[in-house]
Design a protein around this ligand. Structure first.
Ligand code: MN
Length: 504
């Protein structure tokens, strides 16, 4: 291992142009990590610090800041070396120390107990870490990604357990954070250990498809570029993407393993400057290539719950072959690949200069930086209920991993809810007051009971009565969101307390 070379690699991987001062800071963390792990080896026989370096490289590639990179380099120092957290704090400041501490705490997970207990314990720690500093979880994902890439060095029984945990917890969290690149790789790496037969099968499908489809894709992209530019559309980039193996498998399962029925095996991605260009491009494409009915999706007007935005369409392309097109802006693209990391970067205000460099154009900086809605929600929930409330955690688990829907207020505001949510959940999501005074609901203009199930895209109007004072305890039987549940309970407790004091 050549230290100078490795440090350069980290800095080169960064999507962020670091100042001389920042580079020096990272270099110091690097040198300290190398020295602290001196003489330690990984199971593979490599120097231990190669792991810390790999983690920092993944973080650099995501465009994370100098503190996160330093914490990535130092994340195993207090746990595995004689150097303490205090020492890290003295040398690199409290911000880095608190990130390292967060990761160390995440790492200390009890291994006894049932799978369910273990699962919940893991989740609880991840949620707590997320609510305090989302960067802790991002470092943890990078750590897990490198451990998965080198899983072969561990004995087979351990591989299984770690792969399962990665699939069930870490990939899900990456997904919810919108970091699709890491999610895809974590899933594929786990898939390989959990279901080696199907993994092999998918690799063969991919091989056949790539050999056979690559030249077609090249031709299509060339032709499309010419046609679109002929229409006066400015294209920033056009490229092809292949599906991750695990996603391919899940999709094929849904279609009786018939490859010919999966239309997004090949996808062409077009990146254009502005939102209006996205729609213009879609029109220009449809003018030439007939779209498949029911496969035009506007995730720009109606983003996916993890924030994903793009226009999707599937067309009969040149030579009559079917393929998918994804059209988006550069910002949407960065957010699709790097999710909350990009989001966090875009909303970071202090270092104005680099943003332009990284993303090619300046992001809008009007208004208060908007946090991904559920992170803010998470914080609010934690204030509302005790941190160790097991039931709350179970509820959160369902909410976190369940598919989400969007419903609209009559004014057109979007409310995000878990699947099967009811008008009461909707009412509480608008405001506690609305929830407490709800007496009825209209869904798409028709009266509907408060326990009806809201479907994606429906318009919900909540009817309120001012004289209604307390929520109905019966609602607890059907509400789906932890937030509504907690608020109904709290109102009940207050009522009980009033009754108690009234007796005296
Ligand atoms: Mn580690």
């Amino acid at each position: 291992m050549n230290p100078k070379h490795e440090l350069d690699n980290i800095l080169k991987a960064s999507r962020r142009p670091f100042s001389t001062e920042e580079r020096r800071f990272i270099e110091e963390a690097f040198t300290f990590a190398v020295q602290a792990h001196e003489g330690q080896e990984r199971k593979s026989g490599e120097p231990y610090v190669t792991h810390s370096i790999a983690v920092a490289k993944i973080l650099a590639d995501m465009g994370m800041d100098k503190e996160t990179l330093a914490a990535g380099l130092l994340h195993d120092v207090p746990e595995d070396t004689e150097h303490t957290l205090e020492e890290v704090s003295k040398r690199f400041g409290t911000e880095v120390a608190s990130l390292v501490d967060g990761i160390t705490k995440l790492g200390k997970i009890k291994l006894r107990g049932s799978h369910e207990e273990y699962f919940l314990e893991n989740l609880r720690k991840m949620f707590l870490a997320m609510a305090s500093d989302i960067r802790v979880v991002i470092i943890k994902l990078a750590d897990r990604l490198h451990n998965m890439r080198t899983l072969d060095a561990l004995p087979p029984e351990k591989r299984q357990r770690i792969a399962r945990e990665t699939m069930e917890i870490f990939a899900q969290i990456a997904n919810r954070l919108g970091i699709s690149e890491i999610k895809g790789e974590l899933e594929d790496l786990s898939f390989r250990y959990l279901d080696p037969e199907h993994y092999e099968e998918m690799r063969k499908v991919e091989e056949t498809y790539i050999r056979e489809g690559k030249s077609y894709l090249e031709r299509v992209m060339q032709q499309l570029r010419k046609e679109l530019e002929g229409d006066g559309i400015k294209i920033i980039a056009i490229d092809g993407r292949t599906k991750h193996l695990y996603r391919l498998f899940r999709k094929l399962e849904k279609h009786d393993m018939e490859v010919s029925r999966v239309y997004d095996l090949i996808a062409v991605r077009i990146i254009v400057p502005e939102i209006v260009d996205c729609y213009e491009t879609l029109g220009a494409v449809h003018k030439r290539y007939r779209p498949l009915v029911g496969r035009i999706k506007d995730y720009i007007s109606l983003p996916k719950p993890n924030g994903y935005q793009s226009l999707h369409t599937t067309v009969f392309g040149p030579e009559g072959r079917i393929f998918e097109l994804q059209i988006r802006t550069q910002k949407m693209h960065d957010e699709a690949e790097y999710g909350i990391a990009a989001h966090w970067i875009y909303t970071e205000k202090e270092r104005g200069g680099w943003r332009q460099f990284v993303f090619g154009r300046k992001a809008a900086t009007t208004g208060k930086p908007k946090e991904v809605a559920w992170v803010a929600q998470l914080r609010e929930w934690q204030k509302e209920v005790g941190r160790d409330d097991e039931e709350f955690l179970r509820g959160l688990k369902i909410e976190f991993f369940k598919n989400h829907i969007f419903a609209f207020t009559p004014k057109g505001d979007i409310i995000e809810l878990p699947e099967e949510a009811t008008p009461v959940d909707f009412a509480y999501a608008i405001h506690t007051e609305v929830g407490e005074h709800a007496v009825g609901a209209k869904i798409d203009g028709k009266m509907a009971p408060l326990d009806s199930v809201i479907k994606n895209g429906q318009v919900v109007e909540i009817l309120v009565a001012k004289d209604r004072k307390k929520p109905n305890a019966d609602w607890l039987r059907f509400v789906k969101t932890s937030s509504a549940k907690a608020k109904i309970r709290r109102a009940q407790r207050e009522e009980d307390a009033e009754r108690e004091s009234g007796k005296k």
